[in-house]
Design a binder for this molecule. Structure first.
Ligand SMILES: O=C(O)[C@H](O)[C@H](O)COP(=O)(O)O
Ligand SMILES: [Mg+2]
Length: 294
């Protein structure tokens, strides 16, 4: 059973219980470029109390550097080494786990964040924003140098990109099919939009093939990196997110307690539903409630 943090004393107890907070971003801190009211103050409350804060986002559309600029613009304190994203996790996976060969390149369905993080790890890539635009029914030729296709959230996705990714995955033996993350939706403009999982779905159908790897939450790549780098105490760490099947599952799999906020994709009914088996330790109306006085 999940405990709803409603009273000042419950919220105070929650803050005393943890030293480290892993924050999901979309739906917890902001929606697009709109920071939720009270979030700047609530985040400052944690900083003033000397808490460690990390940002763990499945959003692959921006590089870590671009996220840092976004935090600055929105007035939320953040440091580069506190930011973890599915684009960084994907680049690290290709580099260190797959040891992606230098004579191969990655075809991207996604935005600049993926390209920047791949290039930061010296991985050659193509596609992405260079393939924005209409498809003219032109013939797509295979490129045997493409050794992996990476798919992330792409708000300019088009038939040309699908056609190229499909051609490379079909023709190039051993070509990896990788998803940055599989969120079906994400919150923006007060509603929901299709997420990276929905962008990858047509390829899965066309190829009749599942991806070889999915790097974002709930996969443990980012959790493992954070714990390896910062030696945190799991019992004093809480994962805060707005999605059950990514954020809360990520926390549960990582052995930390979890807080679900209701400012994103998950409703109170879903948390409490008998059918739901991804149960957060706590839930709250929004993270900004931590600045509400008694
Ligand atoms: O589909 C996506 O890529 C995601 O829904 C989105 O960007 C999630 O970001 P997060 O909530 O993990 O910050
Ligand atoms: Mg989210």
């Amino acid at each position: 059973m999940s405990l709803k943090l409603e009273s000042f004393l419950e919220r105070k107890g929650f803050l005393e219980k943890f030293d480290n907070y892993l924050f999901d971003c979309d739906g917890v801190l902001w929606e697009g470029d709109h920071v939720f009211p009270g979030i700047i103050e609530a985040m400052q409350l944690l900083r003033n109390a000397g808490k460690k804060v990390f940002f763990v986002t499945n959003n692959s559309t921006k590089s870590r550097e671009a996220f840092l600029q976004k935090f600055k613009k929105l007035g939320i304190e953040a440091n580069l080494d506190e930011i973890f994203s599915s684009a960084v996790a994907t680049a690290a996976y290709l580099k260190h786990i797959l040891q992606f060969p230098a004579d191969k390149k990655v075809y991207i369905i996604g935005m600049s964040g993926i390209q920047h993080e791949l290039e930061a790890m010296d991985i050659r890539c193509c596609g992405g924003e260079a393939d924005n635009g209409p498809f003219d029914n032109e013939i797509v030729k295979n490129d045997p140098e493409v050794g992996a296709v990476v798919v992330g959230l792409d708000t300019q996705v088009n038939y040309k990109k699908y056609n190229k990714a499909f051609t490379y995955l079909r023709n190039n033996t051993g070509c990896y099919f990788i998803m940055t993350n599989q969120d079906s939706t994400f919150p923006v403009h007060g509603t929901l939009q299709p997420g990276a999982g929905s962008i990858a779905a047509p390829l899965i159908t066309a190829l009749n093939r599942q991806p070889d790897a999915i790097l974002g939450k709930p996969a443990q790549n980012m959790m493992d990196t954070i714990f390896a780098e910062y030696k945190l105490d799991r019992e004093r760490t809480c994962m805060i997110g707005d999605r059950l099947d990514t954020d809360i599952d990520f926390g549960l799999k990582g052995g930390v307690e979890t807080l679900c906020v209701l400012t994103g994709v998950t409703s109170e009914e879903e948390i409490l539903s008998k059918e739901n088996n991804i149960v957060p330790t706590y839930y709250i109306r929004g993270f900004a409630d931590f600045v509400v006085e008694p």
